[in-house]
Ligand binder design. Sequence first.
Ligand code: FES
Ligand SMILES: [Fe+2]
Length: 437
Amino acid sequence: MLHERIPNLAKLVEPDRVHRLCYTDQDIFDLEIKNIFEKTWQYCGHDTQIPKAGDFFTFQIGRQPMVMVRAEDGKIHVLYNRCAHRGVQVCGSRKGHADGALTCPYHAWRFHFDGTLESVPLEKGYRDTNFKKNDPAFSMTPAASVDIYRGFVFAKLDPSGPSLEEWMGPAKIAIDDMCDRSPVGRVEVVQPYNRVIQRSNWKFFMENQIDTVHPSVTHMAVGQSAAELERKIDRETGEHPLHYHYLSAFTTPFEKWDTLINTGYPYGHIVFSGYMGLRPTDPDTRAHEAVLTKAYGREKMEEYLSRNIHHVLLYPGVSIQSPLQQLRVLRPLAPNRTLSEIWHFRLVGAPEAIYRRALWYYNLVNSPATMINADDLENWQRGQKGLEGSGNDWVSFHRDYGRDTDDGSVITTNNGCSEAPMRSQFRAWVKFMTAEK
Ligand code: FES
Ligand SMILES: [Fe+2]
């Protein structure tokens, strides 16, 4: 087993480099699932995905098939998607609606939306047996903890550990920043969402989100083409649509990236300061400012629209871009396979034009149809292949090492191109992976 083969897991992670096995080894992956994904708070979905009683959404936490479902009293339950009879996944589709109860397709055991057993056919056959309708062993098992923060549903399979808010800590600003941009403080999910299987380890994605050196390399061709077109439209019309900037921003030089700020927190979360200057003075933004001022007053409106955030990562698998209402969540499948769900949101009560911006970003940058995402996917796949080879055992995270501000738990860097956030993620990784329980 893992501990026999690799006696000291922490030895794989040095302060400025990590061993390639962290990305390729099946035993390490299995331990990540057990110690990280099946132990910490995991994003299930948004409550607007299941607006009515009986609506459900299926997903995985670690290796566990899960379903979140809304009950008649409005409460959201997160259950293991497993029939108490012979184990069949009760909900077979990614989303759907159940009338009155969740019914297993195999022998029609029916479960209330809180997971308890409602009925079984041929009940008389259970007379004088150990079957007991009210015994939790004959329910769909609920997740140990479920919590909802401003509509975002999280579950944790381990009953111990911090509360959701304690776990998110300062990284919960991502959800606040997104919701505060709505005059009623709420967002709603826009369906459908995209699903992409990345042929790479989940950590490639998490590191890439705060990798500020690659955009001006990997995405330079796309960025330059967009910048040229942007200038042409400018010459011809005197202005250009904001969304061209989403792509032309990839021409941002290293020097500018290097001025940004990354902060890494103890559970592995990262807050990455913004760079795109998403506060234009066009009529759409003015209209957005007006509805927020009416709802919250000028001071709050200024605060809500001026937060300097680009990405927030909720470790181990969520990336939120709050100013553009984007969320991506990872469901790791194997050391070299990761499912990502790509979502975006509408600000309830905000002008439609603000939603169109989110949609442009979703389509131009985050969706599988974009050249940005395709270029990233290729990098990660090639990275995975490279690390599966034995030419060099180490992955380098040396850039700006020693120049971070590190109080032992929070790592901050004012060098936006520093590899501090990766080092910070691995510090959390070691803690999770070597935890006793
Ligand atoms: S397996 Fe579900 S009813 Fe038999
Ligand atoms: Fe990228």
